[in-house]
Design a protein around this ligand. Structure first.
Ligand code: RNT
Ligand code: ZN
Length: 419
């Protein structure tokens, strides 16, 4: 299905079919258009960054050796431009501190908005909001995988200064781009083997975070988030910033909690946690990822969990309170395609949720008519979501269906393969 008139015809039929269930597809698309997804810059170069040529640390790993990764900020922006041109809607960029755009060597505790001027100008021009992350890994002062919870006061101080510097950068993003920047704090701190004193590092982390967050910043420009996890590579036995730790921290301090799909035990899913934590938190940040047997950060596909995450956001009316970010890094395939596939899937999942006859389903449930609830949920799976999606892409001026792939292949032949 490629030409515009066949896409429109299919949409008209789909629209009728959904209307019979009481779903207004035009309205669904109008809502979808307003939901931004924050694309993570680090898919473009396997979490390398432009600060040094050192290797990735912190217990995370990008596997694969596909050619063509971005080597400079300009290359990364060019790749991102191609990716955004295949993704319907207006979306954000999530930047890590190691992606600073400067020729000089700047220590992490000395970075400022001026080192990200190239990104700010680009985002202004392209109308992208920006989010930010301090980088507490891939650095000599994080060599033993302890940063904010380090026993050494000097090392803690260095990383606290980095955290503070990053919040100021995030605030500058928010002020200059007119949309609040979410700055997400994730640290690798943990231990390969069983720790005898599990308490002291956590108490130190509370103090370090409190020092980082001491200065209040207007939420119109900047929001703070904290991200817990279960384990890292080489850090299997203990993580200072576990989920329990950060849930308590976020609730008691009034900051956002970040839920990453890959940061829990294999049978735990974040879709089940959203409505639980939202009873106690104003806003949260999602790192939508795809763990395969471990926190592997595979490209997000349109699987049951992705659909369930989107359903939780839409069914509960959380679109203004849940910030959606992607977090994966696959180095085994074309990196621009990886962005496009994951982002398009996230948006498709939101569309699927918006096309549910939510009131009707809720009615079945409250009436105790679980037969109808199950029947309907299953029938919905084969309704023409694809026709509505294609129409959305057409309207947004981005490639319909798999047409984007040829464009990415062309970019690969002309640009990426020459790197
Ligand atoms: C690591 C966390 C974290 C990172 C990025 C690069 O397990 O998920 O969010 O992926 O900061
Ligand atoms: Zn994450």
């Amino acid at each position: 299905m490629s030409n515009a008139s066949s896409v429109e015809k299919a949409y008209e039929l789909a629209k009728q079919q959904y209307a019979e269930l009481g779903v207004n597809t035009d309205q669904a698309l109008a809502i979808l258009k307003k939901i931004p997804v924050s694309l993570h810059c680090w898919q473009g170069d396997d979490v390398g960054g432009f600060e040094s040529k050192g290797s990735l640390s912190g217990g995370i790993q990008a596997t694969g050796n596909y050619p063509g990764k971005a080597r400079t900020a300009e290359e990364l922006r060019a790749d991102l431009d191609v990716a955004y041109s295949m993704i319907p809607g207006r979306h954000r960029l999530n930047l890590h501190a190691i992606y600073l755009d400067t020729d000089k060597k700047v220590e992490r505790n000395a970075i400022g908005p001026e080192h990200f001027a190239g990104w700010i100008d680009w985002a202004k021009g392209k109308l992208h909001g920006m989010d930010f992350n301090p980088t507490y890994f891939s650095h000599p002062k994080a060599a033993d995988n302890f940063t904010l919870a380090h026993a050494d006061e000097g090392i803690r101080k260095f990383w606290i200064e980095h955290g503070i510097a990053c919040r100021k950068i995030g605030e500058a993003f928010g002020r200059q781009l007119g949309t609040p920047c979410v700055t997400n704090q994730w640290i690798p701190d943990g231990s390969k083997d069983i720790l005898v004193d599990k308490k002291a590092p956590r108490e130190r982390l509370v103090k370090s975070l409190d020092a980082i967050f001491a200065e209040k910043i207007d939420p119109k420009f900047h929001l703070d988030a904290v991200e817990g996890k279960l384990f890292g590579l080489g850090l299997e036995s203990y993580t200072v910033g576990s989920h329990d730790f950060y849930l308590g921290y976020a609730i008691s301090r009034g900051v956002l909690l970040t839920l990453d799909s890959g940061h829990f035990h294999p049978t735990e899913v974040i879709s089940q946690k959203i409505s639980a934590v939202m009873c106690f938190l104003k806003e949260i940040l999602l790192h939508v990822s795809r763990p395969v047997r471990w926190d592997s950060d595979h490209v997000v596909i349109l699987d049951d969990e992705l659909l369930a995450i989107a359903q939780e956001i839409i069914r509960n009316g959380y679109t203004d309170r849940v910030h959606i970010g992607l977090d994966y890094f696959d180095a085994s395939i074309n990196r621009v395609a990886a962005w496009v596939i994951g982002a398009r899937n996230m948006i498709k999942a939101l569309l699927a949720a918006l096309l549910e006859p939510a009131d009707q389903l809720r009615q079945y449930e409250s009436n105790g008519d679980f037969t109808s609830r199950l029947a309907m949920l299953e029938e919905l799976k084969t309704l023409p979501l694809g026709a509505v999606w294609d129409y959305y892409c057409l309207q947004a001026g981005v490639p319909v269906g798999a047409q984007w792939l040829a464009k990415v292949k062309d970019y690969e032949a002309k640009v990426l393969s020459k790197r």
